[in-house]
Design a protein around this ligand. Structure first.
Ligand code: FEO
Length: 162
């Protein structure tokens, strides 16, 4: 059985993962409107992954006999000024999410909740990948030059993500 504190903290994380899905969908829409289909595709897949993260925690709460409490999802912004600005935000957003996951791990340790600790290890590893993949794209944008005309190759490459 989950403690109330852990149940509430995990429900909050479900909300944050769905907010991430919403944020990346907004970024995908921004790239669509800029005619950058590959970037849009990358973000669309990222958005789906975030939904999967949210559902993974949702399933875990249920498996532990917890109660689901879905809250409002904050509306993300709709506009950015360049691909580089989008990816700067992705990197800092993922760093923030890593902090949230680590805070949940700390809570699991304090509560001696071994099952939650074990479940959260998947997210600890996932965050290393999430930060690295967004950071790689940001580096490539900076190397190529953060203007649409220089990013055709990268747009093509990112469009290969499945
Ligand atoms: Fe679910 Fe990108 O962290």
């Amino acid at each position: 059985m989950l403690s109330k504190t852990m149940e509430e903290a995990l429900n909050r994380q479900v909300n944050r993962e769905f907010y991430s899905a919403y944020l990346y969908l907004a970024m995908s829409a921004y790239f669509e409107s800029a005619g950058m289909k590959g970037f849009a595709q990358w973000m669309r897949i990222q958005s789906k992954e975030e939904r999967m993260h949210g559902e993974k925690i949702y399933d875990y709460i249920l498996a532990r006999g917890g109660k689901i409490a879905l809250g409002d999802i904050e509306a993300p912004r709709a506009k950015w000024t360049s691909a580089g600005k989008v990816f700067e935000e992705v990197v800092s957003h993922e760093q923030k999410v890593t902090g949230m996951i680590h805070a949940l791990v700390d809570l699991a340790i304090r509560e001696k909740d071994h099952a939650s600790f074990e479940m959260l290890q998947w997210f600890v590893k996932e965050q290393v990948e999430e930060e690295a993949s967004a950071g790689d794209v940001l580096n490539q944008i900076n190397v190529l030059g953060d203007v649409v005309g220089h990013l055709f190759w990268l747009d093509h490459e990112l469009g290969k993500r499945e």
